[in-house]
Design a protein around this ligand. Structure first.
Ligand SMILES: [Zn+2]
Ligand SMILES: [Zn+2]
Length: 344
């Protein structure tokens, strides 16, 4: 344990489409930080977007950047003020450290903190590397029988938990989930765990719809074959996870009276909203940005089996194959979630 190396391998985005493994110094934990040996890192649409376009919205890569923000690992060293987190503790990492003192932080909305330092968001490095440091309060111990990969996927599960909270999913809710990618599959499972009694998932992939049916007992609609409106389904809640503006607009038009639509997926810049529907039915619409105070809930949902994380992992790559990991879902229709394992 105390024989830590001084340098490590890191997968670095150097320019658009150019990722290479470089040697970097192993970071030193600050007084309140832990040093974590990274075990597994999920790949996310935003990582792929940075790799292919060098930016996500207003966040632009100007310096070499280490991607990856869905991480788990083992604590191997602690800063001088850290008292918990004995070395050897396996942890899931919440990858955004808010400032703690701005108006948003003090209002309990730390996901909206303008000063947040978030992994893999320029200029903050992420976790496609062998070691990272993190504030101890954002490194959450996980149960022994939770896999490293599941512990990493607590991050996207947190996105789903936050979306279900914002949507007010509660016992008896009728929920529509548009898009059955990793976030949609997690949103459907989380909605079920929150008490939703009817869940309908839409997608254009039969394979993914089958997963939604299995994992969340969701009814499914292949929107290539039949329009959503034709189904007559009137959900209380829409969790828009496709990122497709057309799908999102059509889905808003199905919401029941006093329904809520939550936009979770990254997508087109603009959406044509069926305004009369929104007005006459008093529909509430909101977006979600990351999450706040979700890790304990997400870990508990995964640990209890209410949400299945391991089954989402279809592809695994070592640190030298990050480009393949980031493009797997575009090349291979069987890919759901690709995971990078930096120690391999
Ligand atoms: Zn993500
Ligand atoms: Zn703040």
């Amino acid at each position: 344990m105390n024989e830590l190396p001084t340098s490590m391998r890191a997968s670095v985005l150097r320019a658009v489409g150019d990722i290479a493994v470089e040697d970097r110094p192993v970071p030193e934990p600050g007084p309140h930080e832990v040093l974590v040996r990274v075990a597994a890192v999920g790949t996310c649409g935003s990582d792929t977007h940075y790799y292919e376009h060098g930016r996500v919205g207003g966040f632009v890569v100007r310096e070499p950047l280490i991607l990856g923000h869905e991480a788990s690992g083992t604590v191997v060293a602690r800063g001088s003020e850290v008292t918990g987190h004995a070395p050897g503790t396996r942890v899931s990492l919440e990858p955004g450290i808010p400032c703690g003192s701005c108006h948003e932080c003090r209002s309990g909305r730390y996901n909206l903190c303008p000063e947040v330092r978030f992994f893999a968001t320029p200029p903050v490095d992420g976790a496609f590397c062998e070691y990272v440091t993190l504030h101890e309060q954002f490194a959450y111990p996980v149960p022994e029988d939770m896999s490293d990969e599941a512990a990493a996927l607590v991050e996207p599960l947190s996105v789903a938990v936050w979306a279900c909270r914002k949507a007010g999913v509660s016992p008896g809710s009728r929920v529509l989930v548009t898009g059955a990618g990793p976030i949609g599959l997690l949103a459907a499972q989380t909605a079920r765990a929150f008490g939703a009694t009817e869940i309908v998932t839409t997608d254009v992939s039969e394979r993914r719809l089958r997963m939604a049916a299995e994992l969340a007992s969701a009814e499914t609609i292949d929107v290539r074959a039949s329009g959503l409106a034709d189904s007559g389904y009137e959900p209380d809640v829409l969790l828009e996870c496709s990122g497709n503006p057309k799908a999102g607009a059509e889905a808003v038009g199905t919401l029941a009276r006093a329904g809520r639509g939550v936009f979770v997926g990254l997508g087109g810049d603009e959406l044509p909203i069926p305004l009369a529907h929104v007005q006459t039915r008093e529909i509430e619409l909101t977006g979600t940005f990351r999450y706040a105070n979700t890790w304990p809930t997400a870990i508990a949902l995964a640990a209890s089996g209410a949400v299945e994380l391991d089954r989402l992992v279809t592809h695994r790559f070592g640190l030298d194959r990050v480009p393949e990991a980031l493009t797997a879902s575009a090349r291979d229709e069987t890919a759901v979630k690709s995971v990078v394992r930096p120690q391999e």
